[in-house]
Design a protein around this ligand. Structure first.
Ligand code: NDP
Length: 359
């Protein structure tokens, strides 16, 4: 059981990788320019289909008795150790196999050396692969943890745990459905592939994001009231509207600066004649209203468990604060350097960083 638990993430990652290679995929241009060709990087995208097929194979294995429904719960620590080993091996291979950046070895190991590695002649993009395996493993973990709660307390299954799984599944499917939009995000144009992204996606994402359910799945139904469950879903979907809306509006704008968002909202911009920044719609509310959306989604997920006193479950929203506040500062610094006085004008028009009226 210990060995099987340790090897389980490797099996899931191998299955996802095999499916990613063979399942039909869309080929799209990304936002990042390949310096060797001066053309946008090309990507093969089939994340949602691979995710669904892997889930179906997992559910089929459980339904046929090959695997316990709560296998990934009972072996969660071994699974975490196995994923850690994969994350470390991946980091060493991807970093040490590339020429140094001129920074220290520690910085190279943490931040990576290569910006957008692709394998098999562009068939597999490292970043898209990492996000896909991480998302799929996370979904299996969360489903398996919820199944443990159900099996352990057959007379008291927790509606909160079921809601948590539903919201998390929505969160992951939404990401994969809009995979293409995420090619336009910070990770793609500003980050390299090292421990932060590699270990982050192979270990932290699948094993930490579900920390809420991890910390309460061995407890009975807390009997959260319906208004609490409804409020948590409302917080989650309010956050989703902000994050998805802002990302889609920027995506629409970057692809065609004159296009109306959702066919109705004409872009309003500040411009220096060459470059433009949006100051309408979601981008008028704050400079990173999408981060506020992520924070609300995380809060809704935590509340949905119906145990607001379970402190470990709050690690998830707290993690977003720790991730997104420095990221917003880095991004603002990067944009100030890139856009110069245009950025100053933009900051004067949109003064709040994340939370309007507060920060
Ligand atoms: P943004 O999508 O906000 O992208 C920032 C970039 O957008 C800037 O560097 C700049 O790039 C451009 N930009 C900024 N302001 C404007 C403007 N007003 N008009 C036009 N372009 C602008 O941030 P991220 O890439 O960090 O995040 C993308 C999404 O991913 C967010 O929803 C975020 O919350 C989410 N996310 C989710 C995480 C998770 O674990 N769930 C983790 C991290 C992020 P340029 O130089 O190209 O103009």
């Amino acid at each position: 059981m210990i060995a099987a638990g340790f090897l389980a993430p490797a099996a899931v990652y191998a299955l996802v990788s095999a499916l990613h290679l063979v399942v039909p995929a869309r080929r799209v241009d990304g936002y990042v320019i390949d310096p060797r060709t001066s053309r946008p990087h090309r990507y093969r995208l089939n994340g949602l289909l691979v995710f669904t097929l892997t889930l179906a194979i997992w559910a089929g294995a459980c339904a046929s008795g090959l695997l316990a429904w709560d296998f990934f719960w009972t072996t969660r620590w071994e699974g975490l150790a196995g994923a850690c080993s994969i994350g470390v091996a991946f980091t060493l291979a991807i970093v040490l196999g590339a020429p140094p950046t001129g920074k220290s070895l520690a910085a190279d190991l943490y931040l990576g050396r290569r910006a957008n590695p692709q394998w098999l002649g562009g068939h597999v993009d490292a970043k898209m692969w990492l996000y896909l395996v991480g998302a799929t493993m996370l979904e299996i973990n969360v489903c398996s943890f919820a199944m443990h709660q159900r099996l352990a307390f057959p007379d008291e299954p927790s509606p909160g745990a079921a809601l948590y799984v539903a919201l998390f599944s929505f969160f992951l499917c939404d990401y994969l459905f809009f995979e293409r939009v995420h090619l336009y995000t910070y990770d793609f144009f500003a980050e390299r592939v090292g421990f932060k992204l590699g270990w982050g996606c192979l270990v932290f994402y699948p094993y930490f994001y579900g920390v809420g359910l991890w910390s309460v799945a061995d407890r009975p139904d807390p009997h959260a009231s319906t208004p609490v469950l409804v409020a948590s879903a409302v917080a989650f979907f309010a956050g989703w509207s902000l994050a998805r809306g802002a990302n889609m509006q920027k995506y629409t704008f970057k692809r065609d600066p004159r296009a109306k968002f959702l066919g109705v909202l004409a872009p309003e911009v500040v411009t220096d004649g060459e470059r433009s920044l949006l100051v309408s719609g979601f981008w008028r509310v704050s400079r990173h209203v999408n981060y506020l959306g992520e924070l609300l989604m995380a809060t809704g997920l935590t509340l949905s468990l119906g145990r607001p006193g379970a402190l470990t479950a709050w690690l998830y929203p707290l993690y977003y604060v720790a991730l997104l506040v420095p990221r917003q500062r880095d991004d603002d610094r990067r944009c100030a350097a890139k856009y110069g006085s245009l950025w100053t004008e933009y900051v004067a028009r949109v003064p709040y960083r994340i939370v309007p009226g507060l920060y």
